[in-house]
Design a binder for this molecule. Structure first.
Ligand code: PLP
Length: 342
């Protein structure tokens, strides 16, 4: 077995979870009855074809069902993609400091990472283009970018897709946080509908508040090989229901409001941060990251140290509910700034 470094430790004693970019799930509580109905069928295997869930995603996003692959979280789909396309030690292009799940999957699949530098927290598409001669098979682009929270317009991304395609590289556009930025302006969904040759990744763990279910999808069609029964019956059912619940817009509006408050407080307090298009924010604590992490630990708060991602002195904190905003401001000993909710 290959053992990979993990950034996620046991969280039993954590009171404030600001480290995994989760969003509060109270809005999905009306779906409790669906959960109970599935519990009554717990001895029966789930649908190996994920038919109902796939049809609902298909209808909601106006994609074609044979384009869709559901998985046990986007994490699993990333691994399946790497296992499918990185045989014989092939390479994948990745932004420096990016979401560590890509590197883990590339290594598990026996491939190699080719790192592309970031440009002030932004993915540098020009630098990706300069790396295409390396013979890479895949190019991961996280948009909006985790952990820096920056985002690129969909037209920049479609140009990137074209240039990767011209070099026989499959672009993988991870839109885990795109709801927070705004789908219309930043997602490649419309391009995918029109046949863009890219894999778009979407998770239900973030704006939908279903991280505990482990479910996401990719527009990879049937090209990735996968075993049946990977998506459990609770996940299949709730995905189908959550899309019709229509709660995401409200979640996004709240999260944006809380983060606007934090950015205003950071401006007022002179704290260096990267303006964010997501449900998390990256900042440099004035007292230093070590001291902040120690203070967080004492208060049973978990935030993300970005040093292991090559960003020493930077901390990432996610704001999934109103109390997370207050927790972060208290941790930094900043006064709260009242902002109007949209
Ligand atoms: C950019 C990005 N992609 C994928 C994932 C994993 O998503 P999932 O919970 O669906 O496995 C995360 C989780 O934090 C993420 O930040």
């Amino acid at each position: 077995m290959t053992r990979l470094p993990t950034f996620n430790t046991c969280d039993r004693h954590v009171r404030h979870r600001l480290h995994l970019n989760e969003t509060d799930s109270k809005v999905v509580h009306p779906l409790q009855t669906c959960f109970n109905e599935e519990f009554a069928r717990i001895s029966i295997y789930p649908d190996p074809e994920n038919q109902v869930a796939t049809e609902c995603i298909d209808r909601h996003y106006r994609l074609s069902a044979d384009q869709l692959l559901l998985g046990n979280g986007v994490d699993e789909i990333i691994l399946l993609i790497c296992l499918s396309f990185l045989q014989y030690g092939r390479q994948a292009l990745l932004s420096e400091s990016t979401f560590p799940g890509y590197q883990a999957a590339v290594r598990l699949a026996g491939g190699h990472c080719l790192w592309v530098p970031l440009d002030r927290g932004r993915c540098d598409l020009q630098a990706y283009r300069q790396s295409v001669g390396s013979g890479a098979a895949l190019a991961f682009l996280c948009n909006p970018h985790n952990p820096t929270g920056t985002v690129m317009e969909s037209r920049e991304v479609t140009t990137f897709i074209d240039s990767m395609n011209q070099n026989n590289i499959i672009p993988i556009i991870d839109e885990a946080y795109v709801h927070f930025a705004g789908e219309t302006r930043y997602s490649i969904l419309a391009a995918i509908r029109q046949g863009a040759q890219a894999i778009m990744l979407r998770t239900f763990s973030k704006a939908f508040g279903l991280a505990g279910l482990r479910v996401g999808f990719a527009t990879v069609g049937r090209s990735a090989q996968a075993l049946p029964f990977r998506v459990n019956r609770f996940a299949q059912r709730l995905v189908a229901e959550v899309l019709t619940l229509g709660a995401v817009d409200n979640t996004v509006a709240c999260v944006r409001g809380w983060l606007r408050g934090i950015m205003a407080a950071f401006d007022a307090g002179g704290i260096d941060y990267l303006p964010t298009a997501t449900n998390f924010i990256c900042f440099k604590p004035p007292l230093g990251s070590e001291a902040l992490l120690a203070r967080a630990q004492t208060n049973a708060i978990r935030v993300r140290d970005c040093a292991p991602f090559g960003m020493p002195c930077w901390i990432r904190a996610s704001i999934g509910q109103e109390s997370d905003r207050d927790t972060l401001l208290e941790l930094l000993q900043l006064p709260g700034v009242t902002v109007l909710e949209p």
